[in-house]
Design a protein around this ligand. Sequence first.
Ligand SMILES: *[C@@H]1O[C@H](CO)[C@@H](O)[C@H](O)[C@H]1NC(C)=O
Ligand SMILES: *[C@@H]1O[C@H](CO)[C@@H](O)[C@H](O)[C@H]1NC(C)=O
Ligand SMILES: *[C@@H]1O[C@H](CO)[C@@H](O)[C@H](O)[C@H]1NC(C)=O
Ligand SMILES: *[C@@H]1O[C@H](CO)[C@@H](O)[C@H](O)[C@H]1NC(C)=O
Ligand SMILES: *[C@@H]1O[C@H](CO)[C@@H](O)[C@H](O)[C@H]1NC(C)=O
Ligand SMILES: *[C@@H]1O[C@H](CO)[C@@H](O)[C@H](O)[C@H]1NC(C)=O
Ligand SMILES: *[C@@H]1O[C@H](CO)[C@@H](O)[C@H](O)[C@H]1NC(C)=O
Ligand SMILES: *[C@@H]1O[C@H](CO)[C@@H](O)[C@H](O)[C@H]1NC(C)=O
Ligand SMILES: *[C@@H]1O[C@H](CO)[C@@H](O)[C@H](O)[C@H]1NC(C)=O
Ligand SMILES: *[C@@H]1O[C@H](CO)[C@@H](O)[C@H](O)[C@H]1NC(C)=O
Ligand SMILES: *[C@@H]1O[C@H](CO)[C@@H](O)[C@H](O)[C@H]1NC(C)=O
Length: 475
Amino acid sequence: MMQVVRFVAAIFLIVPTLCVLPDDDNSCHHICFHQPQEACPPLNHTCRCQQLPNCRRAAICCNVNKFTLNEGLACGNIGSDGQVEALHIRNATLEVLNLSQPVWRRLKRLRYMTISDGQIGEVAGEFARHASVSCLNLSSNSISKFEERSLVNLYNLSFLDLSNNNLSAIPRFRMEGNVTLDVSDNGQMACSNLKSALRPEVSFVNENQTFCETSKDFEWFQSTEKLPLSQVIADHELQKNCYHNCTCKTYRLNLVPGKLPSFEVEMNCSGKQFQFLPVPLPDNTISLDVSGNNITSIKELSEPSYQNLRHFYADNNQISSIQPLEGTKFIGNFDTLSLRNNKIKMLETYLLDNIQFERNFNQRKVNLGMNSLVCDCNTMKLKVWLLSKLSHIPDHDQIQCENMNSKVTELDASKLCQSPQDWTDYIYYIITGEVLLLVSLIAKVSYDYWVFKTAGYLPWPASKMPRLPCDWLCE
Ligand SMILES: *[C@@H]1O[C@H](CO)[C@@H](O)[C@H](O)[C@H]1NC(C)=O
Ligand SMILES: *[C@@H]1O[C@H](CO)[C@@H](O)[C@H](O)[C@H]1NC(C)=O
Ligand SMILES: *[C@@H]1O[C@H](CO)[C@@H](O)[C@H](O)[C@H]1NC(C)=O
Ligand SMILES: *[C@@H]1O[C@H](CO)[C@@H](O)[C@H](O)[C@H]1NC(C)=O
Ligand SMILES: *[C@@H]1O[C@H](CO)[C@@H](O)[C@H](O)[C@H]1NC(C)=O
Ligand SMILES: *[C@@H]1O[C@H](CO)[C@@H](O)[C@H](O)[C@H]1NC(C)=O
Ligand SMILES: *[C@@H]1O[C@H](CO)[C@@H](O)[C@H](O)[C@H]1NC(C)=O
Ligand SMILES: *[C@@H]1O[C@H](CO)[C@@H](O)[C@H](O)[C@H]1NC(C)=O
Ligand SMILES: *[C@@H]1O[C@H](CO)[C@@H](O)[C@H](O)[C@H]1NC(C)=O
Ligand SMILES: *[C@@H]1O[C@H](CO)[C@@H](O)[C@H](O)[C@H]1NC(C)=O
Ligand SMILES: *[C@@H]1O[C@H](CO)[C@@H](O)[C@H](O)[C@H]1NC(C)=O
């Protein structure tokens, strides 16, 4: 990448300083040859082409059509000896640029060929065998089509600029060495065609201006969207960047208004004898399948690379607790949470209660079947939770109790919660007994007082009680 940036920077730095030193090839063309409009022959000039006074074997033609181009090359003395090495043709209006025609065959030494800022319908014919062109710039011509073999004979091609045209496909070209390719600003480029140009020998420039049209032929697209090159590359390199031993696939294209479209990734690591959840996940992973491993904990769900995850399948593992779910982004975002056939002993209802199922989360599914819980009276809360979310928990009737032969959804509160209820009953009995005792004590004291007042003696047992020092107060 650094190399490409430096390369592009070099071009932009060097191009404007062209033609400063006379008779020095390298001052006029470094990698490519490009002249500004000011270098054109003056308008009152009869010949449309001229050799450049400051550059050896370099020429420019401007504002030409099929006829004036041939004339210009002749009157500018350009084609005749075949010595010209660099040629820039600006503003050519051609229905067909036919590379098989003799005029091009004569330019045997041509190494830098630029035809830009014109109107060219299509490119036909082909370069002569072993033509020496190393930079071909056909930018900004509205070209919509290349003939199949047009560029295949360019053995020395190292820079191909086809930017700002109307191409839907990249023409075949030779990749003997490394080729730098610019296909930015081609509104009709099909993603499948762009993808087929992704090879180690090809490096792209102006990536940020390079887009393609998703279309029916590109995997599963229904609609037409503009996809940035970076995403086509991400899709292409998906498997390479996948977690070791797992399979990565594009899940779908994420389209958020105002943002560039991006791919969502699905990673499958089922049956790999993993003991831990894979970290990190590839960018934009929204689905992870780790079923059939030996995973014991899901604590990695809080890792940053898990932030986009919405489908998590971890059936048939050794996971013992759902507590690590607490506070994760996942529990707020997910669509699927599947933990069937694990070693979960307890499902904390305070945690499950945090899961929303309304509105945006209609589709939410939670699978917890084939786990054997330790059931007690508290499990009744879980039963209530399960029964209120039946449609979201398809396997609700497969959650078993380990310590009794019952499904959680069929637990009987009157049996399971017996002892604690007895205990609360006792409390009531004791309180009732105490209240009764108090009432009878007050009644007895009142009776004793009444008897004492009316009959003048104290009934039993008050009469038998020893006198207390304070009794004289009453008398
Ligand atoms: C073309 O016009 C320029 C001034 O714009 C003048 O100096 C030059 O002599 C003209 N050349 C011809 C061939 O008329
Ligand atoms: C391009 O060339 C045509 C003649 O072929 C001319 O009429 C037109 O003005 C030129 N355009 C520019 C931008 O120079
Ligand atoms: C291109 O030129 C070659 C040779 O002159 C000719 O055979 C061929 O038909 C031309 N192709 C087009 C599309 O004009
Ligand atoms: C290709 O380029 C190399 C050096 O860059 C040169 O030696 C060779 O002759 C060129 N081949 C052709 C066919 O021009
Ligand atoms: C090719 O031509 C276009 C249009 O004139 C120009 O913008 C671009 O810089 C040229 N590319 C190179 C590599 O010189
Ligand atoms: C580009 O090509 C499409 C057909 O492939 C055509 O409809 C459109 O007019 C062309 N655009 C330009 C600017 O030439
Ligand atoms: C192409 O570039 C890569 C590095 O980007 C380099 O390793 C390789 O040798 C190059 N191949 C040629 C033929 O220059
Ligand atoms: C391309 O876009 C990315 C992200 O939008 C940015 O980081 C990068 O610097 C851009 N590259 C260029 C060459 O502008
Ligand atoms: C990937 O699988 C191979 C063979 O099954 C195994 O030897 C290797 O340890 C696995 N790598 C990881 C990271 O699990
Ligand atoms: C993962 O791969 C397994 C085996 O290839 C397959 O049965 C399973 O359906 C895949 N998971 C997903 C979510 O597609
Ligand atoms: C993973 O689990 C399988 C079956 O439960 C067992 O046979 C295997 O030994 C375990 N592997 C590891 C590395 O724990």
